[in-house]
Design a protein around this ligand. Sequence first.
Ligand SMILES: C[S@@+](CC[C@H](N)C(=O)[O-])C[C@H]1O[C@@H](n2cnc3c(N)ncnc32)[C@H](O)[C@@H]1O
Length: 198
Amino acid sequence: MTMRRFIIIGHTATTSGDFSLNDLSGATGRLDVLLRCVNSALFLSHEMRRDTEIRLVLLGPPNAPKTIALNGAEMKHLNPDERSTAALLKAALNKPIFGSSVNAGAGISVSRATFKVILANAAKDSKIIALKEDGADIRAAGLAPPLTFVLSDNREFSDDELQALKDAGAEFISLGPKSLLASHCIVLVHNELDRKES
Ligand SMILES: C[S@@+](CC[C@H](N)C(=O)[O-])C[C@H]1O[C@@H](n2cnc3c(N)ncnc32)[C@H](O)[C@@H]1O
């Protein structure tokens, strides 16, 4: 069962597989930010976090929205480097989507669901936590899994996204006083939960 889920909004991230693996930060609408989030969400030193899943909500051109889900319980061919993860996502984005979603290999699927739908589905089986610098301190929050953490990329959440989070009953939680990289936030969340569980 997925106990920890992360949803990252990629406001400009490409929705086409037509990009070069040699220019991940330039040609992909900052897909590189999301690639680092995949690494932070799913990797331990010598194994994978099988209780974790991550959803990348891609809002860039030319076919937005698309959401790629990576499920740690089923992943087989994921490696820690950004380039090979990008190759998996590229192949997933090249798959035509007939119906609501398509399987893109072990543990990977792609859908056309909007952020609101992704959020509503997550709220059915977990508590929604929006990570935001000015939220309540995570160390004072009594967090108990299953939990879905929602992060923005290198941009702020839009007003519509904040409203959707409120509508989904999200609690707004902070990881500390500094504005951190999204991928670093994921590592900190895992660490807080690991300590609680140990
Ligand atoms: C690099 S920040 C982007 C917003 C940033 N303020 C900016 O000006 O671009 C990426 C995301 O990580 C999360 N984040 C960053 N620092 C955080 C903190 N101290 N506590 C909770 N979430 C944080 C938020 O979801 C944020 O939207």
